[in-house]
Design a protein around this ligand. Structure first.
Ligand SMILES: Nc1ncnc2c1ncn2[C@@H]1O[C@H](COP(=O)(O)OP(=O)(O)OP(=O)(O)O)[C@@H](O)[C@H]1O
Ligand SMILES: [Mg+2]
Length: 451
């Protein structure tokens, strides 16, 4: 691993050298300068992990330097060195964004520990940032596959709504990509640096769901040994994804409505309310309007959630996306399983296009994952598709467009087939076909069938 890079800004020569020596011994890569001006120049050139600066410097002082670094290099941590007499200033420096301060005189261990702690924290933040960037990439629209008209409409809506605070309700059958789209909205929004937290409302009982969403205070119920934050607080600044929203109980519907209306949550067992800044994206595969009619879903909550709604098309409504989706999953599972399958055979693709996909994209993904594992050639063939997909072909045969034939052609082939089966017996053949012998004879003449 690359050693951390540190810049020391200290006008006192003895101190400067001492600091350089300690830090170098710790294994860091160290630069030193004497003035704030020189420091600014260095910081512009190099992305330091940490700048340790004396507060009192001739010319540009430590505080101004700190402010400049915070602006131009938000990723560089700053620790300031100050004399006892100026601890107040140190506190102010922390307020301005310094990570920590060291007061003079200091002993070597103290400074070692502070620097180590600051750098560890920075590494952690960097990791998080990296992880978030990866996640962001993962859930940008790049990963939502499909160029059908229906999907283009979806992308347009995502574009329009992603930065709004308003609640988004995502509707669609199972497996149509509701969660994927919820993530795409979040990771393409101004909130992308903050958490995206999904909660499956159907998976928890009413009281567990309430604690999960809003947290609880110590003693709220047996077993509540200490305060616990709910997802609404943990996701502060980000997005909470309420999946299967159609399944929440009437009481929680009311609580949720209040949260959406005033942006305040109340942990279980607490009398205090807390303000949170959370964007809610909700999803369901139920028909909320139907539930509303039977009073299972509150109308006021429905209208709150439904400020912006997005309906995801079923896979049948966007059959033209099947090849792109299938190939997308093929690449994914090929790579994951170290397979070198490069494509999907024409017949297999036709079968996929002919199936009715009750489980939508999720089902297609599973079918391709399975086929990738089973396939022994370098393309997915009919043999590695599941029986269900294959048998769908028997029920509704998939016929290539170039293979489509006229009624006459089909008729001719069938007459020949029956003649062959009856050994050329025209009486039997006409009986099977349900026509009289003269009609058969005329047809054979017209269609140039020689028997
Ligand atoms: N347009 C798409 N492009 C690529 N992958 C997709 C797309 N739509 C869905 N998927 C994939 O299909 C699977 C199911 O999607 P997701 O979980 O978002 O569906 P859902 O609508 O939330 O389903 P359910 O209602 O059953 O919870 C996921 O693995 C997802 O990545
Ligand atoms: Mg889902």
């Amino acid at each position: 691993m690359k050693p951390s890079q540190i810049l020391i800004v200290e006008d006192d020569r003895k101190m400067r050298l001492a600091l350089r020596e300690i830090m170098t011994k710790e294994g860091y890569s160290v630069d030193t300068v004497e003035t704030g001006e020189a420091a600014l120049g260095r910081v512009e050139e190099t992305s330091y992990d940490l700048v340790i600066t004396d507060l009192k410097l001739p010319g540009i002082d430590g505080m101004s330097l700190l402010k400049a670094i915070r602006k131009s290099r938000p990723d560089t941590s700053v620790v300031i060195i100050t004399a006892y007499a100026t601890v107040d200033t140190a506190v102010e420096a922390m307020r301005e964004g310094a990570e920590d301060y060291i007061s003079k005189p200091f002993n070597l261990d103290e400074i070692r520990i502070i620097v180590k702690k600051v750098l560890e924290k920075k590494a952690l933040l960097d990791d998080n940032r990296l992880l978030r960037n990866q996640l962001k990439k993962k859930y940008s629209y790049d990963n939502v596959v499909g160029n059908s008209e229906a999907m283009i409409e979806v992308y347009k809506t995502i574009d329009k709504v992603k930065d709004a605070k308003a609640t988004v309700l995502i509707l669609g059958e199972t497996g149509t990509g509701k969660e994927l789209v919820a993530r795409a909205i979040h990771y393409n929004s101004t909130r992308s640096g903050e958490p995206f937290l999904p909660v499956n409302c159907a998976a928890l009982t009413e009281s567990l769901l309430e604690s999960e969403l809003f947290g609880y205070v110590k003693g709220a119920f047996t077993g509540a040994l200490k305060d616990k934050l709910g997802v609404f607080e943990t996701a502060d600044g980000g997005t909470v994804f309420l999946d299967e929203i159609g399944d929440i109980s009437p009481r929680l519907q009311q609580v949720l409505l209040r949260v959406l209306e005033n942006g305040e949550i109340q942990p279980v067992g607490s009398t205090a309310r807390k303000k949170v800044d959370v964007r809610v994206v909700a999803a369901t595969n139920k028909n909320l309007e139907e539930l509303m009619k039977t009073s299972l879903f509150r109308a006021d909550l429905y209208y709150r959630l439904n400020v912006i709604s997005l309906r995801l098309p079923s896979l049948l409504e966007r059959k033209e996306d099947i090849p792109a989706l299938a190939n997308h999953f093929l690449r994914k599972y090929s790579a994951e399983n170290n397979k070198t399958i490069t494509g999907i055979s024409k017949e297999a693709l036709q079968m996929l296009e002919g199936y009715n996909w009750p489980g939508n994209v999720r089902e297609l993904e599973n079918v391709i994952e399975r086929a990738t594992l089973l396939e022994t050639t370098d393309e997915i063939t009919v043999d590695s598709l599941s029986e269900k997909i294959r048998s769908s072909l028997n029920r509704s045969p998939v016929v290539l467009e170039e293979d489509l034939r006229t009624l006459e052609e089909v008729g001719r082939a069938y007459i020949i087939e029956v003649l062959e089966k009856t050994g050329g017996n025209k009486v039997k053949t006409s009986e099977i076909l349900g026509i009289n012998r003269t009609s058969l004879w005329r047809m054979m003449q017209r269609l140039k069938i020689v028997a």
